[in-house]
Design a binder for this molecule. Structure first.
Ligand code: GLC
Length: 420
């Protein structure tokens, strides 16, 4: 990449963030995802911090403006109605918070990126970080109260982990009979090739679970009783563990107590161990049966991000590097469920690679971190800022001009970012 290429790509990425900006929050991409999504916004903040610090803080502040009294931060905030998206606010029927929203959460990367934004803005940023600190802590406490099974964080809907149709949910989804779900019209397949999206069987169950939540008023205690879908997930567990360590560092910077946060960290470390299979791999557990799914997905490789060393996962990472030119695939290449174009069942995601690489770098695996950065950067340089990519060919897939892909270019993949 020449200096000119880098500058052009940096500019293009900034333009995408600006074009997806709706005034205080950023859409993942216009059309397919016309609202504010939780973890997408935290990535956006990381990207904005490269050229507009104030806007970076604002992105996080707008996200927390939708926090429920319970501490939960919804996965979608429906700021303005948009008929092009299904299921919209009328389907969720969730009026528990200050803004119409979905009734479930998403991986809590916010504290990690708030810390990253603060590091680029130590003086002015402390006041902004202080404004967010208590809210982030309340959110983490909500996870520990309502989503912890002995320190392993579980999800109650496939969308909660942000990996909608990963094979990790297959066994749990098979136990659901989506009886009475009724007729509905999907909108996603009007924007993107259906071969790149979840199936109808998946969607029936997604909607059925939303209908159940709505019936129960999105009440945490009611939802927890006889939950039809309960899967302990490496995405959630490792991300919350990492975010908790970052929240503790923020507590230090702000002169706040970190005792309660540290107690959660200890629980999450113990919970992470329960995700480990006898082979030493981190995989999801279907809590209704107690069985590990055994699938190696990109979430399995977040152990370093969470501060956990693993020779077994390092061997798997080397295997992933050998198996495709564009690691890390969202499902292991060669496994029966692998599908190179279908969303979370094979494609490689730049934002996930950014998390994995940050973990590798933090734990001293500099070479692997750099290899992952440069392979991911070449995907974006050749094919643009797509939602995800085919790990075998590099072909772009899903939505285009994607906020978090552009954000991780600016904050991590671009040679101008200094690989943090
Ligand atoms: C999809 C992804 C999820 C993401 C959302 C918006 O649902 O699976 O992780 O947050 O799109 O980009």
């Amino acid at each position: 990449m020449t200096q000119m290429d880098i500058e052009t790509l940096d500019r293009r990425a900034r333009e995408i963030l600006t074009a997806n900006d709706r005034g205080g929050y950023t859409l993942p991409t216009a059309g397919l995802y016309p609202y504010q999504w939780n973890w997408d916004s935290a990535f956006a903040a990381w990207g904005f911090a490269r050229f507009d610090i104030d806007r970076a803080w604002q992105e996080l502040e707008t996200l927390f403006s939708g926090q429920w009294p319970s501490g939960m931060v919804p996965h979608i905030l429906f700021h303005k109605p948009d008929p092009g998206y299904f299921p919209g606010p009328e389907v969720w029927g969730a009026s528990n918070g200050p803004i119409p929203s979905s009734g479930i959460s998403q991986p809590p990367v916010a504290a990690t990126f708030a810390r990253a934004v603060l590091e680029t803005d130590m003086e002015a940023g402390l006041a902004r970080a202080r404004g967010l600190f208590g809210k982030m802590k309340d959110w983490h406490r909500w996870f520990m109260a309502w989503r912890s099974e002995a320190g392993a964080i579980f999800i109650t809907h496939p969308w909660e982990a942000g990996r909608d149709n990963t094979a990790d949910w297959d066994s749990a989804m098979a136990l659901i009979d989506p009886e009475g779900v009724g007729e509905y019209t999907r909108r996603d397949t009007a924007h993107v090739d259906p071969a790149m999206r979840p199936t109808k069987a998946d969607y029936d169950r997604y909607i059925w679970l939303v209908q159940r939540g709505r019936r129960l008023g999105w009440d945490d205690a009611a939802l927890a009783r006889d939950a039809p879908f309960r899967v302990a997930d490496p995405t959630m567990t490792f991300i919350l563990l990492r975010a908790n360590r970052d929240l503790a560092a923020l507590a230090d910077a702000l002169g706040e107590s970190r005792a309660e946060i540290d107690s959660w960290t200890q629980m999450l470390i113990a919970g992470s161990e329960t995700l480990k299979t006898p082979e030493g791999h981190y995989t999801a557990i279907n809590l209704r049966t107690g069985a590990h799914t055994g699938h190696i997905t990109n979430a399995s490789f977040l152990n370093w991000y969470a501060g956990i060393e693993s020779p077994e996962m390092m061997a798997e990472l080397q295997a992933a590097f050998a198996a495709s030119p564009y690691p890390v695939p969202s499902h292991k290449v060669g496994a029966a469920e692998f599908d190179s174009k279908r969303y979370w069942r094979g494609p490689t995601w730049a934002m996930f690679n950014a998390l994995i690489a940050r973990g590798l770098l933090d734990m001293g695996h500099v070479e692997e971190a750099e290899a992952l950065r440069s392979k991911t950067a070449s995907l974006m340089a050749q094919h643009g800022f797509a939602e995800y990519f085919d790990p075998l060919t590099g072909a772009p897939a899903g939505g285009g001009t994607f906020t978090w892909t552009a954000a991780v270019w600016l904050a991590w993949a671009s040679p101008s970012a200094g690989a943090k």
